[in-house]
Design a protein around this ligand. Structure first.
Ligand code: GDP
Ligand code: MG
Ligand code: K
Length: 301
């Protein structure tokens, strides 16, 4: 890939583990933001980016893996298949456990699923700030008997101990590749960028021949309304000329309505909840020449 700088790496990582082992704490520490807020809903259809960490030479893309836990109902079986497929597609799996708890049935159940997976699996023992080193060594021994992990790394997600080491090890296992996501936008709100791309894709697709690539989408607002369990998205489609604005809106707003309808379906799948999507269209002459604004639009070259 000629857009990949020499030696640049990028990879997909999935963190799995029982509730409360510290997955969100770890992600928040690594990404440095409360990125998990929008991602807390489980979703059924496809892989979801939870967060992206971009360093000078590596992009770590963390993917959500819903439903690896013991299924409680029918949907559970389906979710399990989705999860298992995800496990086969990522570059590294982090299996996170709590250092304070011994090997239990929950862990056993997850490890069984690993037998059919070739992806490198790290055992990440979290909350080491809470245990004596002797205890930790014993726990490591018991896990070694159960499965041949590619790496075993004890950390404290809360205090940050050994987190850098873990990232360094992950890097060893991920392939060369380009930056899939822009360094600035995605880190603080991964879904914002993806949502704008989804809207842009629909608008470009539907207006195909008439509007070339002079179309950008800004997310003005993205907010979860807990009481109604709805995510409210307000977005503006930016075009360069008045005539393009007319095309995007369409006769009696028909085109814009269709763009919104199609984008909404995808965004709902992405976020795993109902979405209220409000779309606006704005003309901004020569926006492509305005580099600083381009960055605000999340535009990649
Ligand atoms: P998740 O359900 O796996 O996402 O777990 P959370 O990240 O929500 O963490 C569950 C609880 O464990 C929270 O109260 C965290 O503050 C706590 N926790 C997470 N990591 C650590 C750690 O390294 N040390 C300690 N002492 N507590 C932690
Ligand atoms: Mg969590
Ligand atoms: K395996």
């Amino acid at each position: 890939n000629e857009t990949t700088p020499k030696g640049h790496k990028s990879g997909f990582i999935s963190i799995i583990g029982r509730p409360n082992v510290g997955k969100s704490t770890f992600l928040n520490r690594v990404i440095g933001q409360k990125i998990a807020i929008m991602s807390d809903k489980p979703q059924t259809t496809r892989n979801k980016v939870q967060g992206v960490l971009t360093t000078d030479d590596t992009q770590f893309i963390f993917i959500d893996t819903p439903g690896i836990h013991k299924p409680k109902h029918k949907l559970g079986d389906f979710m399990m298949k989705v999860a298992q497929n995800t496990l086969k597609e990522v570059d590294v799996i982090l299996f996170m456990v709590n250092a304070q708890e011994g090997f239990g049935r929950g862990e056993e159940f997850i490890i069984e699923k690993f037998q059919s997976v070739r992806t490198p699996i790290f055992l990440v023992i979290n909350k080491i700030d809470q245990v004596h080193p002797d205890e930790l060594l014993k726990l490591i021994e018991s896990y070694k008997e159960k499965y041949e992990f590619s790496e075993i790394i004890p950390i404290s997600a809360l205090e940050g101990n050994n987190v850098e080491t873990l990232l360094g090890q992950i890097k060893e296992y991920i392939p060369e590749g380009p930056q899939f996501y822009p360094a600035d936008q995605v880190t603080d709100h991964p879904e914002r960028f993806i949502v704008s791309e989804l809207i842009r894709e629909k608008a470009l697709h539907l207006t195909r021949e008439e509007i070339p690539h002079s179309l950008a989408v800004i997310i003005d607002k993205m907010e979860r309304r807990e009481e109604k369990d709805v995510v409210h998205v307000m977005a503006t489609i930016i075009v360069e000329r008045d005539s393009q604005k007319g095309i995007v809106i369409g006769k009696q707003g028909k085109m814009l309505k269709e763009v919104g309808k199609r984008a909404r379906v995808d965004i709902e799948n992405l976020l795993g909840s109902k979405v209220y999507l409000e779309l606006w269209v704005k003309v901004q002459k020569d926006w492509r020449n305005k580099m600083s604004q381009l960055r605000d639009f999340g535009f990649r070259e």
